[in-house]
Design a protein around this ligand. Structure first.
Ligand SMILES: Cc1cc2nc3c(=O)[nH]c(=O)nc-3n(C[C@H](O)[C@H](O)[C@H](O)COP(=O)(O)OP(=O)(O)OC[C@H]3O[C@@H](n4cnc5c(N)ncnc54)[C@H](O)[C@@H]3O)c2cc1C
Length: 501
């Protein structure tokens, strides 16, 4: 089949026969017409349409050597640093079109992670079964241009206990039965982006495991519409605006959703199992996935930053302060914060490393973690400056239904107008866009927690930074110690787990 259009994607997820999907307490069979989920479908759809639109076509397509044809980049295996750069650029661009998270990155990062891990297991241990299964699955995904969710985050129960030590043995997804034809899994994954509107879900372990956790060391893929799968879709701030039938208060009327996906003794055939009981590989797997995902945030969050900066400048113009030096200074700060995240994402890509003899392009783990750590901080700062410039109206504007009420419209138009040549409606539209994007889960909470909480990145930088080497460099200049073994690289760096295995 090859590349799918957005409409073909929508047709493909229409009717669920097995999976139970709940939204606001009600079971949903057609996710494409459900008003709560529709904005999420629209946003996901944008990733398919991008492959056919003139301005995104080149970024959104890539040649797959595995099936010998062009595929949507969201199912592509990176073949070079240039591919990693294209990922970051595509994500920035798609944020401009959606104004929200478009939900397809986690599954993409899961594909690239499994490509590397299954190939490494084959090369290092001579066990090719995972690689063979994965490559068949990859071909299937690429030929059918599937929408994938990536489910890594377990519900985790008591955070300080390992999976096998939990009072609830199902706090991490685990294998409860091994059969001749496959395995049976039980457990739940939380906060899973786009989960109700995908074709398939790829499940990965969420942390490094020990031998006692072996039955939790499992990676697999299943169609979402599989018996035993239940999805409970989460709420977000301002989500009821989707149900109101308006065209202003909920702009941009595209959204993402997250959900709790529960596996109640779900059967997974062997050809969909990509890691089983190989607990030693969970550490590298998590590191590879997390770094891919952290790199990507430099693209999508800077894209949302552009939307916020643009709306802020428009609002400054609407109230006649755009040319004031204090405003220009604040806008410059927003640009600095935004472009810092993007630059780090690009550095993580151009400085990508090859983890396999044949391909296996991974990001630079230090820069990917730095990118995500900036993302965990800077959007809050950008949002604060935007709210400062926009004024209190960003939290107090009347609803569009007041604005559309002929009895009071003329009053709102008169009293909420700033400079005479900018209509009040333009100001209100920009206010709503700014509010909906800058206070959103996608711009704030996801920036902190997506791809791991900020502590997870700090752990990674401190592992990767060679403090010993840095101390030796300093001591040599201070003439405390003169015999330094100079490394070839300019950076004091230790190899990551993924590079060592
Ligand atoms: C909008 C959004 C979208 C997401 N999308 C996806 C997705 O598509 N797929 C996916 O797999 N995941 C997804 N996630 C989940 C995300 O990866 C997790 O939220 C993140 O890893 C943090 O896990 P947690 O939410 O369980 O928080 P916790 O891990 O419980 O963290 C809460 C706090 O506890 C601290 N903490 C945790 N453990 C310890 C410990 N042992 N000792 C001391 N402190 C500790 C953390 O540092 C943090 O400060 C998404 C999250 C969000 C918010």
């Amino acid at each position: 089949m090859g590349l799918r259009t957005g409409q073909q994607y929508v047709e493909g997820i229409k009717n669920r026969k097995h999976a139970k999907i709940y939204v606001m307490g009600k079971k949903v069979t057609d996710v494409t017409t459900n008003l709560f989920l529709k904005p999420s479908v629209e946003s996901f759809k944008a990733t398919f349409d991008a492959a056919f639109q003139e301005d995104t076509r080149d970024l959104a397509r890539a040649y797959s050597p595995y099936i010998g044809e062009e595929v949507n980049r969201f199912v592509h295996i990176h073949q070079s640093p240039a591919d990693l750069v294209a990922k970051v650029k595509l994500l920035r661009k798609l944020s401009h079109k959606t104004g929200t998270c478009f939900q397809r990155c986690v599954g993409w990062d899961a594909l690239n992670t499994l490509y590397i891990v299954t190939h490494k297991i084959a090369a290092r241990e001579g066990r090719a079964e995972y690689k063979e299964r994965f490559m068949k699955y990859l071909e299937y995904v690429q030929r059918n241009d599937l929408a994938l969710a990536g489910a890594m985050t377990d519900v985790k129960g008591v955070r300080t206990l390992r999976p096998s030590e939990q009072p609830n043995p199902d706090a991490y997804v685990r294998v409860v039965e091994q059969r001749d034809d496959g395995i049976v899994v039980r457990g739940a994954k939380a906060n899973i982006t786009g989960i109700a509107v995908v074709d398939e879900v790829i499940v990965l372990p969420t942390r490094a495991m020990t031998e006692s956790d072996a039955s939790y060391a499992v990676a697999f893929a299943v169609p979402l519409d599989t018996p035993g799968v239940t999805v409970v879709v989460g709420r977000q701030i301002n989500d009821a605006r989707r149900l109101e039938g308006g065209d202003l208060d909920g702009v941009p009327y595209m959204a993402h959703h997250e959900g709790l996906v529960i596996f109640e003794d779900v059967f997974v055939p062997w050809d969909r199992v990509f890691l089983y009981k190989d607990w030693r590989w969970t550490g590298p797997l998590v590191e590879i996935f997390a770094s891919y995902h952290r790199q990507g945030y430099g693209g999508c969050k800077s894209g949302l930053g552009d939307v916020i900066i643009g709306a802020t400048q428009g609002l400054a113009r609407a109230i006649g302060i755009a040319d004031k030096p204090a405003v220009a200074e604040k806008l410059a700060e927003m640009v600095f914060l935004n472009e810092s995240m993007y630059s780090a994402g690009l550095a993580a890509s151009w400085e990508g490393v090859k983890l396999l003899d044949d391909g296996g392009w991974w990001v630079n783990p230090m820069y990917a973690n730095v990118t995500k750590h900036m993302v965990a901080r800077f959007p809050y700062e950008v949002a604060k400056i935007a709210h400062d410039i926009a004024g209190g109206i960003v939290g107090t504007a009347p609803s569009e239904f007041d604005f559309k009420n002929e009895e009071i419209r003329h009053l709102i138009e008169k009293y909420l107008q700033g400079v005479p040549d900018i209509p009040t409606e333009e100001r209100l539209r920009l206010v709503r866009l700014l509010e909906n994007v800058s206070v959103s889960v996608g711009y704030l909470v996801e920036s902190v927690h997506g791809a791991g909480s900020p502590a997870a990145q700090k752990i990674m930088f401190t592992r990767l930074y060679d403090f010993q080497k840095a101390e030796e460099i300093a001591k040599s200049l201070a003439r405390v110690k003169v015999t330094v073994k100079w490394p070839k690289e300019p950076e004091p760096r230790r190899p990551s787990e993924a590079q060592k295995t």
